[in-house]
Design a protein around this ligand. Structure first.
Ligand code: CTP
Length: 406
């Protein structure tokens, strides 16, 4: 496994030496990249000796000597090649300044350019003064990175180099190494899966301009699609109305009504090894929607009929081994309701969440809930939807292995 270790200019830079050794002890090849600030604390020679590898420090280092051969393809753009060749990138220590630059997409030195070019998992281990860590700007930048799927390790709490006590200590090298190796493994642990994900809210027409809809934004389904793709899965995303554009890189099918979603799901079902119904599907449809815009009258009565339960049907029609996952958005007794729906729909896993809580669920960037299966229940604490999606994928990965041992 190839690890890129980015060392930034903070006093904890010396601890990156121990991390280098720990990663090598676990069998990884380590390529260290130092910022100019880091060189004030530790010399490149230290890391060269510990990693048995040349240390990279500048965007403007000479390109490889093969260029002289004149062979086509001998000219490598170093920061792009390095970013493409590795399995995982870890920044330890990551300073407040570097975290800000990463969050805003700067590429004005070698390490930031590599971060931008890298399509591999990124692990960030912050280390700084407690006030710098707790500053709203740093916290907002960390949240931005989390939303993008960057994994944050630490910081720990304790005595800081500045003499203060609090959060800001670099996490222990063994803990960082654990996260780095796990992140690298995750990039391909779902490579054999084709995951059908539904997202957004369906709309049932009343007339030419009005519909019955719901508050779903599609963000949870999109976060699941991003997390699944990052782990190598092929994703078929069936989405109804959403507030943002769906993520790139997956197959998209756009639908409007529950009936269209039903058709699309059942059509794609044979291809899927896993189905995750994160969409909020309307339970009712208008019996005869009006072709023209209805005119105002004193009262309006609509005749509604139930829509098909897509998840239940898909669970009945699935081929053996297809994992079925539902969501239960509730305002009362989410866990009990989740258990009931798991049983009645004949599915393997359900994520129950309480949408009456402010700041989570519908149209929020955050969510919390409980994952329920026949075997166990697990709390998912309040976090960004992307972080929650990652935890759900971890759970589904092990559940899928239990159903289909490889
Ligand atoms: N679902 C579905 N088809 C429907 C309604 C819901 O496939 N017609 C799926 C949702 O995508 C979700 C799960 O079933 O994954 C639970 O949805 P929810 O609306 O909570 O459950 P309902 O069965 O509709 O029950 P109720 O609305 O009465 O709570």
């Amino acid at each position: 496994m190839k690890v890129l270790l980015g060392v930034c200019g903070g006093i904890a830079a010396y601890k990156a030496g121990e991390l280098t050794r720990e990663l090598r002890r676990r069998g990884a090849t380590v390529q260290v990249i130092m910022t100019a600030g880091a060189e004030h604390f530790v010399t490149p020679l230290t890391f060269a000796a510990l990693s048995s590898n040349q240390v990279m420090t500048s965007l403007w280092q000479p390109v490889n000597s093969d260029v002289a051969s004149g062979e086509p393809g001998a000219f490598d753009i170093e920061h792009i090649r390095v970013a493409q060749d590795a399995d995982v990138l870890v920044l330890a220590p990551a300073t407040a300044n570097f975290i800000a630059r990463l969050a805003h997409g700067f590429a004005d030195d070698l390490l930031s350019a590599i971060c931008l070019a890298a399509k591999i998992p990124i692990v960030v281990a912050p280390a700084m003064n407690v006030n710098m860590w707790l500053h709203p700007a740093t916290q907002a930048n960390i949240e931005t990175l989390r939303q993008r799927g960057v994994q944050i390790v630490g910081p720990g709490s304790g005595d800081l180099a500045c003499g203060m006590v609090g959060d800001g200590r670099l996490a222990e090298p063994t803990e960082i190494a654990d996260h780095v190796l796990a992140a690298a493994q995750r990039t391909s642990d779902m490579a054999n899966e084709t995951i059908l994900i539904t997202a957004g809210g369906t709309r049932e027409p009343i007339d030419a301009v009005r519909f019955i809809g719901n508050r779903s934004s599609g963000k949870m389904g999109f976060a699941l699609a991003e997390a699944a793709m990052a782990r190598g899965a092929k994703v078929i995303l069936i989405h109804a109305a959403t507030t943002a554009a769906p993520p790139a890189g997956c197959e998209h099918i756009h639908v409007t009504t529950a009936a269209q979603m039903e058709r699309a799901v059942l059509e794609q079902l044979p291809r899927a090894s896993m189905v995750i119904m994160a969409a909020a599907v309307s339970d009712y449809q208008v019996v005869s929607p009006h072709a023209q815009k209805l005119k105002k009258t004193t009262a309006l009565t609509l005749e509604l009929t139930q829509t098909p339960d897509i998840l239940r049907q898909a669970a009945q029609q699935r081929r053996a081994g297809t994992l079925m996952v539902g969501f239960a958005a509730e305002t009362e007794h989410p866990v009990e309701e989740g258990r009931r729906k798991l049983r009645e729909k004949g599915i393997d896993v359900i994520v129950a969440n309480d949408v009456s809580q402010p700041g989570q669920g519908f149209d929020s960037d955050q969510n919390a809930g409980t994952i329920i299966s026949a075997h166990d229940e697990r709390m998912l604490p309040l976090s960004s939807k992307r972080v929650m999606a990652e935890s759900i994928m971890d759970y589904l990965r092990t559940t899928s292995l239990r159903l289909n041992p490889r």
